[in-house]
Every structure is written in C-alpha cells, then in structure tokens.
Design a protein around this ligand. Structure first.
Ligand code: DGL
Length: 267
C-alpha cells in the first residue's frame, strides 16, 4: 500500500482526458495534475525544447513525492520519454506504447493509421513501436495540428472541424486502415467528428484507456496501490487558471474550479 499521489503531466489541459480514465479505473488513488499552460502548445516545438520543458515538469512533481509519473502528453511521450526515465526516481508511464499495443491487438487487416501533433508524427515513435511488434503492419501517419485549438475553442463538432477531418484523414482512408490511433490528448473530444469521417468499420484507439490500464499494471508490479477512501485530487497549471476554469470541464467531464492552483515551476 502506498498513499502517495500519482503525478500526471501534460503540456496543457488535454491530459485531463487521461486523468478522467485513471480516476474511473483507480478511484482510490490521489492525483496531482500539472499542465504547462504557460508554454502550451508543445506539438510544434523541437525535441530539445520539449525535453527541457518536460524535465522541469518532472522535477516539480518529483519534489511533491509522487510515486509514479504518467506522461499524459503524446508529444512529450514521443520526444522525451527516455530523458524523463533517465532522471526519474519513480516508474514512468507514457501514452505511446499502451496505444501501440492496443492498436496492434485490434487490427485485422494490418493497416493502422496514426494521427497526432506535428512533433509526435515527425518523431515516428508510433510507427517504430508498431513495427517493433509486427514488421508486416502498414502504418500511415498524419499530423493534424488544427485539431488542438479546435478542441480548446469548443469547435470539435463544428462544421469547420468536420471539413478539416475530411482533409486530414483522406490519406488514412485511402490506405484502407481498419484501426486509427488518436495520438493526442485532445482528440477524444473529436471522437464524433472523426467517427463520422472514417465510418463505423474503423476502430478508434484513444491512448487514455490503455494508459490507465498500463498504470494499473505498474502500480501492481511495484506494490504501489492505494485504498484511500478520500483520495486527493489537485490540479496545477503554470498560467491562466481563469481560462482553464472555462475549458477544463470539456476535457475532464466535470468542473475542477475549486481544486485548481497556479504554480511557479521553481517553487
Ligand atoms: N498535449 C499535446 C499532445 O498530446 C497536445 C497539445 C500540444 O501541442 O501541446 O500531443
């Protein structure tokens, strides 16, 4: 038994989609969420900068004695996971490998599509992860940069999002994939729009659920479970808590207002 919190972090508020799944699966765990809203988005930044920012977030959470780190951000998981693992004193769970494993498990025609930020797609980590398990799988990856601001602005079901989805997903559809990895924290919000575009025969794999399952396994393997009946849930952001108040509910499914604090990473 270990009552220390789980540290979950992201470039901004999108990682709340992962927190939502963790709470569903592990309701007795305390969680500290850290979103770098001062410097979001990470998806268009270089590996060097994403890594530097990510390590600052990691240090902040380690100081708060978290028992495990969940890298909820796909871009950070894609670009900086080894550097994070190197400095972390606790187990690290990223979002890429759990989604890869799930997609490889569900594909029947061995054609998988991957969508994500430019950083995630250019890193090719999904493609490499899939090929490592099965070299015969064809992978088609497409960056969908406008999906992030659309989700944040609440335009995920807007006709503009549908138009963009048709454009972005054209290549994936032409490749006749039967499985599509939603490789970004924000894409669960666009589920309906994406579903409408790809049709009912494509299985959509969102990294949040497989990541929560992987976290459960890591807690079990390391004997870190908690049975706390009153787990603590704290949300930290590096800027603009008022804006976070307004949009977080869309990602988390409920309001988080009274549990949100603005922090300085040096604190
Ligand atoms: N959290 C990022 C991701 O999952 C999306 C937002 C950003 O670009 O920072 O890739």
């Amino acid at each position: 038994m270990n009552f220390s919190p789980i540290g979950v972090f992201d470039s901004g508020i999108g990682g709340l989609t992962v927190v939502k799944e963790i709470i569903k699966l592990l309701p007795n765990e305390s969680i500290i969420y850290l979103g770098d809203t001062a410097r979001v988005p990470y998806g268009t930044r270089s590996k060097e900068v994403v890594t530097k920012f990510a390590l600052e977030l990691v240090k902040f959470l380690l100081k708060r004695k978290v028992k495990v780190l969940v890298v909820a951000c796909n871009t950070i998981s894609a670009l900086a996971i080894s550097e994070i693992e190197e400095i972390s004193t606790v187990p690290v769970v990223g979002v890429v490998l759990p989604a890869v494993a799930e997609a490889v498990k569900v594909t029947k025609n061995k054609r998988i599509g991957v969508i994500g930020t430019q950083g995630t797609i250019e890193s090719k980590v999904y493609e490499q992860g899939i090929k490592k398990i099965d070299t015969s799988i064809k992978v088609v990856s497409v960056g969908c940069p406008l999906f992030v601001p659309m989700a944040e602005e609440g335009l995920h079901n807007h006709k503009a999002a549908k138009l963009m989805a048709r454009d972005y997903l054209d290549e994936v559809l032409k490749a006749k994939v039967d499985t599509l990895i939603l490789g970004c924290t924000h894409y669960p919000l666009l589920l309906e729009t994406i579903r409408e575009t790809v049709g009912p025969s494509v299985t959509l794999v969102d990294s949040a659920k497989p990541t929560a399952l992987e976290l459960k396994k890591v807690l079990s393997d390391n004997d870190l479970f908690s049975n706390n009946q009153n787990p603590i849930l704290e949300f930290y952001v590096t800027d603009a808590p008022e804006r976070v108040f307004q949009v977080a509910g869309r990602f988390f499914g409920e309001k988080i207002n009274n549990r949100l604090k603005k922090v300085n990473l040096e604190d």
